[in-house]
Design a protein around this ligand. Structure first.
Ligand code: NAI
Length: 395
């Protein structure tokens, strides 16, 4: 079939297999061009490995350090002529490239919150890898069925305590409008923490530890975001931010457990705001990202997922020295986003943005390019008028 982008609100319901493979290759090329990260990780489990920060982490580990990787993700295959989700194609492309480079790469497709998927991962690690020395936890999920209670928790992106009104942009239509989001009720706060908080990360780490599948000195990292005041009501102080506080709580307890196991460590890396499937769904944030991109590109400091993760690995995780932590014990790779001049400029531009001047005041064009690239569209060298087979089996 010939596959074109079909954007519906903040998602694109189609994805291009060849384009996704080209996107993955761009990221691989970037990591290779940056040179080896040594001594880097050797055996890596990535939970949430198919898109965004997780995929970038996997590519960095494999192509920066020659690591064997096991990727866990939850994607939809193609069905009845409908293309698969991008993470499906990305994972196949990554696995082919890794194996062609002589690297071990295997995948488990399924719900990472379940005991079955955890058990499958334990079995595969035991059989093929022995132990893992790095566990990346990079899930962004809309819901979680709790493995003990069977309760289905749904995450939501809402302010807490009071309604929140601010500007937002329909990135597809280019319309800037004001949005008011009603505050979450108590159950929604708890549900979001159950999905995006740290309990599942702890379950993974405990299962790996109890099965003796963590190498002495093993590291684990999960990702968070803090961002500027303009987004705090919807992010840092909203349902997702409170869930991230729980992720930090889990990080401390995992850190203690890994230290006890032989000098390991767990921490949170606070990453930059970027266009991914997860961030496009948050009201207000895409407008902020569009302004941020314009400012950071003008200063030559713009980074995407792969630049962020390559920097995290090379300058922090595997720098041969200790980590540089903020006062809350977190690694910050959002440092270039948060520098005062950039944030002062965001504050200046924010009130002036309208539907009419969106193209001039923000990098909405760059936002759209990156958004579509996440679905395999707009990649150089890909013939989007050519027939392509959407049904590709997972490997
Ligand atoms: P993403 O949407 O690109 O990736 C999410 C990954 O989770 C995919 O691999 C998906 O298959 C997997 N996944 C979702 N539900 C699953 C399930 N039930 N079982 C197995 N796999 C599942 O998200 P993104 O943006 O890369 O986010 C990853 C982490 O980074 C999140 O914790 C997010 O909060 C954090 N982060 C994101 C930022 C951004 O601007 N995008 C900024 C800073 C942190």
């Amino acid at each position: 079939m010939i596959i074109k982008p079909k954007v519906r609100g903040f998602v694109c319901v189609t994805a291009h297999p060849t384009g996704c493979a080209a996107h993955v290759q761009e990221w691989i090329d970037y990591v290779k061009a940056k040179g080896p990260i040594k001594p880097g990780p050797k055996k890596v489990l990535v939970i949430g490995a198919s898109t965004g920060y997780g995929l970038a982490s996997r590519i960095t580990a494999a192509f920066g350090s020659g690591a064997a990787t096991l990727g866990i993700f939850f994607e939809r295959p193609s069905e009845e002529g409908r293309p698969a989700t991008p993470g499906w194609y990305n994972s196949i492309a990554f696995t082919n490239a890794a194996r062609a480079a002589g690297l071990y790469a295997k995948n488990i497709m399924g719900d990472a919150f379940t005991d079955e998927i955890k058990q499958q991962a334990l079995n595969l690690i035991r059989a093929d890898m022995g132990q893992v020395d790095l566990v990346i936890y990079s899930l962004a999920a809309p819901r979680r069925t709790h493995p003990r209670t069977g309760v289905v928790h749904k995450s939501c992106l809402k302010p807490v305590g009071a309604p929140y009104t601010n500007k937002t942009v329909d990135t597809d239509k280019g319309i800037v409008s004001e949005v008011t989001i009603e505050p979450a009720i108590e159950a929604e706060v708890a549900d979001t923490a159950a999905v995006m908080g740290g309990e599942d990360w702890e379950m993974w780490m405990n299962a790996l530890r109890d099965a003796n599948l963590l190498a002495p000195g093993a590291t684990s990292v999960a990702y968070s975001y803090i961002g500027p005041e303009v987004t705090w009501a919807i992010y840092k102080n909203g349902t997702i931010g409170l869930a991230k506080n729980d992720l930090e709580r889990a990080g401390s307890s995992i850190d203690a457990s890994l230290k006890a196991l032989g000098g390991g460590r767990a921490f949170i890396s606070v990453n930059k705001a970027l266009v991914t499937q997860a961030s496009s769904a948050i009201p207000v944030v895409p407008l902020y990202i569009s302004i941020l991109y314009k400012l950071m590109k003008a200063r030559g400091t713009h980074e995407g997922c792969i630049e962020q993760m390559q920097r995290l690995f090379a300058t922090q995780l595997y720098n041969g020295k200790s980590l540089t932590l903020d006062s809350g014990g977190r690694v910050r790779v959002d440092d270039l986003e948060m520098i005062p001049e950039i944030q002062a400029a965001v504050r200046e531009i924010w009130p002036t943005v309208t539907t009419e001047n969106l193209e001039q005041t923000t990098d909405i064009a760059g936002y759209r390019v990156e958004f579509l690239k996440n679905f395999g569209f707009g990649l150089a060298g890909v013939d989007y008028d050519a027939e392509v087979e959407p049904h590709v089996p997972m490997i």
